[in-house]
Design a protein around this ligand. Sequence first.
Ligand SMILES: [Zn+2]
Length: 285
Amino acid sequence: MPGRLLIIWDFDSALGQINSTMPYNFKYDPIYQEIENVDYILTRAETENIEMTFACLGFAAEPGIFPFNIPDIISKLYSKGHEIASHSWRHEWFPSLTEKQVFRTLERSKQALEHCIGTGETVSGFVPPHSRPMSWIKKYSISLGDRGLYPFHKGSDIGYVLKQLDKLHYRWCRVLTNYRPVWEKITGHSNEDKVNFSEWEIHDNIVCVPQHYTGFDKPAIDYIKEAVNKNETAVISGHPAALSRDKSESREHFDRFITKAVQLRDEEGLEILTVSNFINKKFPK
Ligand SMILES: [Zn+2]
């Protein structure tokens, strides 16, 4: 059986970098570097005939000043066949947002991105910035690291975010695979370091896309080999900015990973798809 691979990029762009990795170490170099890396990814994808999903900030899609506003780059990604998803409006920390802010960041980012790529209703995915909230009240899963406590901070419950996504006609959201009840966290049950294709769930009409692994080193390769063996779907995430860093998302690891994925595609039939193309096949409306 062939298996499938979905690649999701967290394209943070200038504002995302400022709001996450380097608020007080602001420099232009990493921002330009990220844009160069996106170009590199795009070229490699074109050579190998692969489609991927890029989660972008709504703010970056607005007309304005380079490198803060990069609508041309985002529309180029779309025109090459890649999917554009929302990575929020300005890379907010969701657990600290008010209810209105949660709605507005989801609403305006979708509008800005759709306007940028010149289509309506084509931005159907959401990739939560900072991968927060890590709490899911319905599953009794609570993360103190969210630094926002439900019910005072509704944005600290991924279940609440999914409901808002449904109202705005999104179709999917990337979620962590370790939303476990507090008692399991305390007793230390964990299967996070193994290849584990967790169930795909649908809540409030939103398909929850499991975030299996971030990086392109050995665990990512193990995932795609297992996806082929078990006819499963591997979801691998990366940050274009991290291609320049000497870690699991480095350019060397990325190159090796893509070479392996292409080999598995050509020899074993592994399908490499955008998230929406996969969801439309697997969960037709
Ligand atoms: Zn991000």
